[in-house]
Design a protein around this ligand. Structure first.
Ligand SMILES: [Zn+2]
Length: 292
């Protein structure tokens, strides 16, 4: 159904050859990999390493490591490794040039003028005290109170999609809000626990690896071919049109492909229907890489 044409013309004006190695070195030296990766992966210090569950393959024990003071990551489960540029390429589904374009401004580097003197590196922030945080309870306890779907800023949602596990138990929700100036925002709602503050519904994303949307349907039809589409709305629409298939999606859209638990598709016949644009194709490619 898909033609993943990897030879499509590059949209970038800058070619890889135009980016000097010194620029990549400067990016590597000026962006703290640990802090950067820490936004996606919960890292715990263990001896000289920081360890967490790999964002690039499904696992329950941490084999993804960053050595303290070094600017390289390595997963001893799936073998993926590299620097911050490689991390962006793999986690965001972009190419080398795009990764450099994303990172250069963060590192204070002007790509149009790479020889310009670099501003001083800001002193690194002191390591954060790991404060207790809200953590989603999964599945939602049966005696949890009814959720209030409204958002303090956006009001009532225009749509709400429940996530269930294979047994049909509620895991949480995705909510769609229409923004006043046009556009939309998809905000999760999960039932969370806090070690000091108790339990309540919070606008907090599922913990990674995040559940697929449609786990209950997948379990109900174990032989049916699976169709992956982006977004819960498109998924529901596809499901009503495509009898005999199980349609699924995942939380967080194109930037969060690597955070979903795709292991549930093991052994299933899978068809990906991408959004009809460049970003949609990139997302589809990222899913293919996770599944392969
Ligand atoms: Zn891995």
């Amino acid at each position: 159904m898909l033609d993943f044409n990897r030879d499509a013309p590059q949209r970038n004006q800058v070619s890889r050859e135009k980016i000097p190695e010194s620029t990549v070195r400067a990016i590597r030296g000026r962006i703290d990999l640990l802090e950067f990766v820490g936004r996606d992966v919960k890292l715990k210090k263990n001896g000289v390493n920081y360890e967490g569950c790999c964002p690039f393959h499904y696992e329950k024990t941490a084999s993804f490591k960053i050595k303290s003071g070094e600017q390289y990551f390595k997963c001893f489960g799936c073998g993926v490794g590299g620097d911050v540029v490689e991390y962006i390429i793999k986690s965001r589904g972009v190419d080398f040039v795009e990764a450099v374009q994303i990172l250069a401004p963060m590192a204070g580097i002007d790509l149009d003028n790479p020889r310009a003197p670099l501003p001083p590196i800001l002193a690194p922030l002191p390591p954060k005290e790991s404060k207790p945080d809200w953590e989603p309870i999964s599945p939602v306890p049966v005696d949890a109170p009814e959720p209030d779907f409204a958002h303090s800023r956006f009001g009532a949602p225009s749509m709400v999609w429940p996530y269930h596990n294979a047994q049909g138990c509620l895991l949480g929700f995705a909510r769609r809000f229409e923004k006043p100036g046009g556009g939309k925002d998809i905000i999760p709602l999960t039932y969370c626990r806090h070690p000091e503050k108790g339990q309540e519904w919070r606008a907090k994303q599922f913990q990674a690896p995040r559940p697929i949307y449609g786990l209950d349907r997948l379990a109900e039809q174990p032989e049916a071919p699976v169709i992956i589409v982006e977004g819960e709305k498109a998924c529901d629409a596809a499901q009503t049109l495509l009898q005999g298939y199980v349609c699924i999606s995942w939380p967080g859209g194109g930037k969060a492909v690597h955070l979903a638990d795709w292991s549930v598709l093991s052994g299933r016949h899978v068809i990906i229907i991408p959004d009809a644009d460049d970003q949609g194709m990139k997302t589809a490619t990222a899913i293919m890489e996770v599944l392969s």
